[in-house]
Ligand binder design. Structure first.
Ligand code: DMJ
Length: 482
């Protein structure tokens, strides 16, 4: 365990950028438009100017390559790097590697114009990635990371081998869907034998597949993948309450709710809603879009909670709408700001983004879980997460509002100050208001998501279609690579 030395860069409130609080407002500067709440927290707001876009983009790309070379130097071919110890981590199962970080990085390397690194990554995947391993694999993670990564890799490199690998993984994952009596996928499947297990399924696991499977069906002219995803969706949607709320965990074999609380937009339901919207956009499927609006209306009506002038989402009983459980919010829910914006509710998206910005005003990096009534830390770690930047990117793309650029830059600088190590970037084991204690892992999604969002905001790369581009929950470019 490494301690975190007192650094002159530590985010004493007086050194922070003050970010917006009003939806759709123009760029807030420290001297002109900071809210009174923000002023109270940030006695002397940071007035450092932002770098120009080109300079910011170059800094983001340099940090991506810093972590990429950390991975390639110490853990090449393994799933994930442990950058402090120089070790590695098997993400899916001990003793099995899928070169996860490489698959995760493919389309990011393309977007960043890292063509030599991309050629090496593609070469490793084409030569080494083995979808036939005798191992029980987590279906949700395999779909969003491996199938999604390979599809995005194919779309950015035109490699037919990558597409063939995506198909092979999907074929080996399909028994989780097709052997389920309800169509809701089992949580695990053995890639070699097709044996399934795990009947208690969280909503994200049930419904975060239509974008990858739909894209694959389209590319291959084979509807089996899309059909499986839609059957799972129908099974869940048909069990919604009279309030149009869904529970959190469902039994794949009998379709009964195991946990009847609606905990959206927190995990483990988060991306279920994201894929109704994203699937509708990507596949032009009005049914998915309509489900998104129906369910979102219900979440907003029954789960919105105001605390300290900010908006949060409480857990409720799906049948009655009665509040249940503690006043906690997971950092992973921060993605919901962007989703609300994409779904057409920019005001609510901006307000929820501001709620998370207020948490970031308090901590060097966002803790995993906070109590939204007082911002105290509930889960003290910080897993190098991308959700806040994901929403900043989405909202910037929708509005062009420069305050989201400021938000991404402040977030990026905080990561660079607190989570950068000689071997790359790492998670934190503990976050307090003025310190960070480092952990030892570079999660695979780091190479897919975090700095991709920052890069897209600052680079204006011609390799991405900013109007039509569509990213998955894992940040994979499933449409719009140019
Ligand atoms: C990513 O794997 C995906 O974004 C997923 O949907 C949930 N969040 C993690 C990273 O935090």
């Amino acid at each position: 365990m490494l301690g975190h030395p007192a650094s002159p860069q530590l985010p004493h409130p007086s050194r922070r950028l003050v970010l917006g609080s009003a939806a759709g407002s123009a760029l807030l500067t420290a001297t002109s438009a900071a809210t009174s709440t923000a002023r109270a927290r940030a006695a002397e707001p940071d007035v450092r100017p932002l770098p120009g876009d080109a300079q910011a983009a170059a800094a983001v790309r340099a940090e991506y390559l810093h972590s990429w070379y950390g991975y390639t130097g110490q853990a090449w071919g393994y799933d994930e790097l442990c950058p402090l110890s120089g070790g590695h981590n098997d993400f899916f199962a001990d003793g099995h590697t899928f070169g996860l970080s490489i698959v995760e990085a493919l389309d990011t390397l393309y977007l960043m114009g890292c063509d030599t690194e991309l050629a090496n990554a593609r070469g490793w995947v084409e030569a080494n990635l083995d979808p036939t391993q005798d191992v029980d694999i987590h279906v949700f993670e395999a779909v969003i990371r491996l199938v999604g990564g390979l599809v995005a890799g194919h779309l950015t490199t035109r490699s037919d081998v990558l597409l063939a690998r995506a198909r092979e993984f999907a074929d080996r994952l399909l028994p989780a869907f097709t052997s389920s009596p309800t169509g809701i996928p089992y949580t695990h499947v053995n890639l070699r034998t097709g044996q399934v297990h795990g009947r208690e399924v969280a909503l994200a696991e049930a419904g975060t597949n239509v974008m990858e499977f739909g894209a694959l069906s389209r590319l291959l002219g084979d509807s089996r993948y899309y059909d499986a995803a839609m059957r799972a969706y129908r099974a869940v949607l048909s069990r919604r309450s009279s309030l149009d709320l869904l529970g959190t965990t469902v039994d794949a074999e009998n379709g009964r709710w195991v946990d009847n609380r609606s905990t959206a937009p927190n995990p483990p339901v988060d991306s279920f809603y994201e894929y109704l919207w994203g699937g509708g956009r990507l596949l032009g499927d009005p049914q998915l879009t309509s489900w998104y609006h129906t369910l979102t209306r219900a979440v907003l009506a029954h789960q919105t909670e105001r605390s300290g002038g900010r908006v949060w989402y409480r857990a409720v009983d799906a049948a009655t709408g009665a509040r249940t459980g503690p006043t906690h919010q997971s950092e992973l829910a921060a993605f919901y700001a962007g989703l609300l914006g994409k779904g057409g509710d920019l005001a609510r998206g901006a307000a929820y983004f501001d709620s998370w910005t207020a948490v970031l005003d308090r901590y060097p990096v966002l803790p995993e879980t906070v109590d939204y009534t007082d911002f105290s830390v509930v889960d003290q770690g910080s897993q190098l997460r991308p959700e806040y930047a994901n929403s900043a990117f989405d909202l910037w793309r929708l509005t062009g509002d420069a305050r989201y650029k400021h938000a991404v830059w402040r977030w990026f600088e905080n990561l660079r100050t607190h989570l950068r190590v000689p071997g790359g970037y790492t998670v934190a084991d503990e976050v307090t208001t003025d310190s960070v204690r480092l952990g030892d892992l570079t999660p695979g999604y780091w190479f897919a998501e975090n700095l991709k969002y920052a890069w897209l905001v600052f680079s204006r790369t011609p390799r991405f279609d900013y109007r039509q581009g569509i990213l998955s929950t894992e940040g994979k470019v499933l449409a719009g690579a140019r």
